[in-house]
Write a protein that binds this ligand. Structure first.
Ligand code: CCH
Length: 286
């Protein structure tokens, strides 16, 4: 019997590759979450361009965007899954891998739907520069996420993904992790953001980030300027404070916002079938 359409088999293959003791903090989960987010986060609601359909990061135009530096590791980690289940599209695989990783690391269940295509529609290709720049401030963060169709509450909920993983000097120029246990999903990011005192620090490469005032005692925890921006704007701060105190609210709101992120640019009919897939004009199949 053909395995085609058996997404449980894909989930299982993804779960099997998450633990990798040699890699970062012992799990490839965080970088898979970032791959899923960057595959979708190029979306522009006004022009209906970008988004996860097409898995454009396979190609230099999108894959070579400096914002995507390091995500080739995530894509390579997933190659054996694609090889074992060649019927799955890259766009479904990358988005599903992010969701499976979140759940496996203790996060909420994400309502994920299949049906994305690897058909590249030239007219939908996003220009570079659509993903957020960690060195910037409140207006930039709000503009980038509003362009995708998110409100303040959703922006803050999504930002809670920085509970996972770390920054790498050779990828973004920033260095360090946000929380003590970067492979366990929780609301620790919001608690540390609100309860610790943070001071700016210029790294040797000239990049400015924020570190805990007792950084010698505190495992080098860090925040990006964009993370600090969530505290300096009242519309964002209200949600930061809520999520720091209410883990259940954060989990529920994160699950909704991440599911919405994974669906950006995907149009479905009443049965959930994707309608803007390979009948698109002007594109090409890989
Ligand atoms: Fe992020 N993120 N992110 N982020 N991110 C980085 C790492 C992760 C920004 C910048 C950075 C989201 C929002 C933002 C993850 C998930 C999400 C890094 C370090 C930078 C810089 C990259 C490196 O050096 O490897 C900025 C700016 C914003 C918004 O303004 C959202 C939304 C999500 C998901 C919902 C995850 C996970 C990581 C860790 C990756 C890893 O390799 O460990």
């Amino acid at each position: 019997m053909s395995e085609r359409g058996n997404y449980e088999a894909i989930r299982k293959s993804i779960l099997e590759l998450l633990d990798q003791p040699e890699y970062d903090d012992g799990s490839v989960g965080p970088v898979l979450v970032r791959l899923a987010w960057h595959s979708a986060g190029t979306y522009d609601a006004e022009t209906d361009t970008g988004g996860s359909n097409g898995a454009g990061m396979r190609y230099e135009a999108e894959g070579g965007d400096p914002a995507n530096a390091g995500l080739q590791h995530a894509r390579v980690f997933l190659e054996p899954v694609k090889a074992a289940h060649p019927w799955v599209t890259y766009s479904d695989l990358w988005t599903l891998a992010g969701c499976v990783a979140i759940e496996a690391m203790g996060g909420p269940k994400i309502n994920w739907l299949p049906g994305r295509t690897d058909f590249v529609d030239d007219s939908k290709l996003p220009p570079r520069g659509r993903l957020p720049d960690g060195a910037k401030g409140v207006d930039h963060v709000r503009n980038v996420f509003t362009r995708m169709g998110f409100n303040d509450q959703e922006i803050v909920a999504l930002s809670g993904a920085h509970n996972l993983g770390r920054c790498h000097t050779d990828r973004s120029g920033f260095e360090g992790k946000w929380v003590h246990s970067p492979t366990r999903f929780s609301n620790q990011y919001f608690r540390l953001l609100t309860r610790l005192e943070w001071k700016p620090k210029k790294l040797n490469n000239g990049v400015l980030q924020f570190v805990h005032v007792d950084e010698d005692l505190d495992e080098g925890l860090m925040m990006l300027p964009t993370d600090m921006a969530l505290l300096s704007d009242p519309g964002f701060k209200e949600w930061v404070l809520l999520y720091a105190d209410d883990k259940a609210a954060f989990y529920a709101d994160f699950a909704n916002a991440f599911a919405k992120l994974m669906e950006l640019g995907i149009q479905r009919d009443a049965q959930g079938k994707v309608v803007n897939s390979d009948n698109l004009k002007g594109g090409y199949h890989s």
